[in-house]
Design a protein around this ligand. Structure first.
Ligand code: HEM
Length: 510
C-alpha cells in the first residue's frame, strides 16, 4: 500500500535537508534529486513543502514523472490523482488527437473491425518496442537494432510495409490479428500512421523506409528466382535494401542520371560505375535498387554490397539514424540476372512504386501533423501566461482552429484517395491516381509547413530546443519540409499532375 501523508506533513519538509512537494495528489521527495534537477536547485527549493502541480505541468511532460517515479514516496490522504496516465496502446482523449474513425462518436465507411484490431496491435507494438528505441537512436544517430528488425519481421510488420500483395499471402500478422490475404491499403495506412507515432523523424526513415520504397521493384520486376531470394532475405529481417536513384547530377529528373552499367563481352555481367546521393538507409544496406544508364536508356539493377561498393554517411539536418548515404560504385560486377524489368525500360520500374511511396509519405506526414496539433492543444491548455492559460487567448484559439481544419481536410482527402486505391488495379492506379496522389502529397506538405509554423509560435522558445516540452514541435519544424522533396519535389509532381490533366482535356471543349 502506498504511504499516505497530510498536506501539513508535506509542508514541514521544505528545506535542503528534507525537500518534498506535491504533484497531482502524489508526494515527491526531491532531497536527493536537488543537485541533478535539469531546471536547477533554486526552483525546487521554492516548491519545497508546497503543491507544485500547476508549476510542474507548466514546464514538464507527464512522462517526466513516469521516468522519475522512484522519487514518489506516497499520496495525499483522501485525494486521488487527476491526471490521466497513458498506457501502451491507449487512444488519446484529447479532442482531434485521433482521426475521426478512432473517435467513438464518429462513423466511417472505410474501416472495419480488422482495421481497428490492427490499429490497436500496432499502437501497442509501437509504444512498447519502437518508441523507446526511436527516441534513443534519434539522439545517438545509431542504426536501428537487429533485435527490433527481427521483432518486426516475426510480426510480419516488414511485409506490411511494402503494401498489399502476394508477399503477404499465407502470413499471420501480429500473432493472428489479421491474415495477410486480407491486408488492403487501409491496413497499410493504419500501419504507417501508427509507426510514425514514435515521433523521431530520422529514425522513422531509418526504420526500413528504404525497403518500403525499393523492395516493391524487386517483387514486381525481378526474375522469379531472384525475387524469391531477396523477398525471403528482406522480409525475414536478414538483409536490408534501399533505393539508389538520385545523384548529385539528378534528383527528380531521374532520366538524367550518370551512373553507367556496361555489359561484359561475354554478356554475363554489368560493370557499374557512378555515384548516388541522399540514399536513405544506404549507410548500412545490403542491397541497392539502382538506376543506371545502359546505352541510351535507363535501366534498374539490383546491386549487392560487394567489391567496389562504398557508402559514406552524409551529414544532414536530421538524425544519422536515417542512414542517409553517398554511394560510390567503382567497377562493380553485377550478374545480368539482377536486371529488374527490361533493359532500357527502367523508368517504368522506378515509376511503378512512386504512387505508393508518395502516398506513404503523405500518410506519415498527415499523422505527424496531427501529433503536433495534439501537442499544441495540450500545451495551450496547460501553459499559463499573464495569469491565464494560453488557450484563453483568442489569437491562440484562431491558430488551433486553422491547424485542426488543415489536419482534418488532409485526412479526409487521404482516406478518399486510399479508397480509390483499394478499388483499382496497379495499372489503373498508375493511369488515374498519379496526378491526384501527387496533388495530395503537395497539399499535405504545404499544410504541414503551415502547421509547423503555427506550432512554433504557440510553443515559443521551447520550439527551439530538442529536449523538454517542445521537442516534438522542434523536430517537426526542422524536418517536415523534407516531405516536400522526398519521392519527387512537390513543385515537380504538382506540375506533373496538371500536365497529365491537360493531356486528358477533351478537345471538344476547346
Ligand atoms: C518530481 C519532480 C520533478 C522532476 C522529476 C523534474 C525533472 C525535470 C526535468 C527532467 C527537466 C528537463 C526538461 C524536461 O525534460 O521536461 C526539468 C526542467 C525544469 N524543471 Fe523540473 N522537475 C521536477 C519538479 C520541478 C518543479 C516543482 C519545478 C518548479 C516549480 C521545476 C522547474 C523546472 C524548470 C524551471 C525546468 C527548466 C524548464 C525549461 O527549460 O523549459 N521542476 N525538470
Amino acid at each position: 500500500m502506498p504511504r499516505k501523508f497530510t498536506r501539513e506533513e508535506v509542508l514541514r519538509n521544505n528545506t535542503k535537508e528534507s525537500l518534498w512537494c506535491i504533484i497531482d495528489g502524489r508526494v515527491y521527495d526531491l532531497t536527493e534529486f536537488l543537485e541533478s534537477h535539469p531546471g536547477g536547485e533554486f526552483v525546487l527549493l521554492q516548491a519545497g513543502g508546497k503543491d507544485a502541480t500547476i508549476d510542474f505541468y507548466n514546464l514538464h511532460r507527464q512522462s517526466v514523472l513516469e521516468k522519475y517515479s522512484d522519487l514518489c514516496i506516497g499520496g495525499i490522504e483522501n485525494e486521488e490523482p487527476q491526471v490521466i496516465r497513458h498506457n501502451p496502446g491507449d487512444l488519446s482523449v484529447v479532442p482531434y488527437a485521433e482521426p475521426a474513425w478512432l473517435t467513438p462518436q464518429f462513423k466511417s465507411p472505410y474501416y472495419n473491425e480488422s482495421h481497428r484490431q490492427l490499429q490497436k496491435a500496432m499502437r501497442v507494438f509501437t509504444e512498447t518496442y519502437i518508441l523507446p528505441e526511436a527516441q534513443e537512436k534519434e539522439v545517438s544517430g545509431e542504426k536501428i537494432s537487429q533485435a527490433l528488425i527481427q521483432r518486426m519481421a516475426d510480426a510480419n510488420i516488414l511485409g506490411m510495409r511494402v503494401g498489399p500483395g502476394k508477399h503477404l499471402h499465407g502470413r499471420s500478422i501480429l500473432n493472428g490479428v489479421l491474415k495477410g490475404e486480407d491486408f488492403n491499403y487501409f491496413h497499410d495506412l493504419v500501419v504507417t500512421q501508427e509507426l510514425v507515432r514514435a515521433t523521431a523523424r530520422g529514425f522513422w526513415d531509418g526504420n526500413m523506409v528504404g525497403m518500403t520504397i525499393s523492395l516493391t521493384a524487386v517483387l514486381q520486376h525481378a526474375n522469379p528466382v531472384l525475387k524469391e531470394e531477396v523477398q525471403r532475405d528482406c522480409l525475414s529481417g536478414k538483409k536490408t535494401i534501399c533505393l539508389a536513384v538520385s545523384e548529385a547530377f539528378a534528383g527528380s529528373d531521374v532520366s538524367n542520371i550518370r551512373t553507367v552499367a556496361e555489359k561484359t563481352p561475354d554478356g554475363q555481367f554489368y560493370i557499374v560505375n557512378g555515384t548516388k546521393k541522399w540514399i536513405t538507409n544506404g549507410t548500412w544496406c545490403d542491397y541497392f535498387v539502382t538506376g543506371v544508364k545502359t546505352g541510351d536508356g535507363l535501366s534498374v539493377l539490383l546491386i549487392e554490397r560487394s567489391k567496389g561498393v562504398e557508402t559514406k554517411a552524409i551529414k544532414t539536418s536530421y538524425s544519422a539514424a536515417a542512414g542517409t548515404a553517398f554511394v560510390t560504385f567503382d567497377n562493380v560486377k553485377v550478374p545480368v540476372r539482377n536486371l529488374l524489368g527490361q533493359e532500357g525500360k527502367g523508368l517504368k520500374v522506378i515509376l511503378s512504386n512512386f504512387n505508393h511511396e508518395r502516398w506513404m509519405v503523405t500518410c506519415a506526414g498527415v499523422r505527424m501533423s496531427r501529433i503536433v496539433v495534439e501537442e499544441c492543444l495540450k500545451w495551450s491548455n496547460q501553459r499559463q501566461v499573464f495569469g491565464k492559460r494560453l488557450v484563453d487567448q483568442p489569437v491562440i484559439r484562431a491558430k488551433l482552429a486553422k491547424m485542426i481544419s488543415l489536419v482534418e481536410a488532409m485526412q479526409a482527402w487521404l482516406e478518399h484517395t486510399t479508397f480509390q486505391m483499394t478499388q483499382m488495379s496497379h495499372s489503373q492506379q498508375s493511369e488515374h491516381l498519379a496526378g491526384p496522389i501527387g496533388l495530395l502529397k503537395m497539399y499535405a506538405s504545404r499544410c504541414a509547413h503551415e502547421i509547423a509554423e503555427n506550432a512554433v509560435h504557440i510553443f515559443g522558445g521551447r520550439a527551439l530546443t530538442r529536449t523538454g516540452m517542445g521537442n516534438v514541435v522542434e523536430m517537426f519544424h526542422r524536418t517536415t519540409e523534407f516531405d516536400a522533396i522526398l519521392g519527387g519535389s512537390e513543385d515537380i509532381i504538382g506540375d506533373m499532375a496538371v500536365r497529365q490533366a491537360v493531356k486528358k482535356f477533351p478537345k471538344s471543349m476547346l
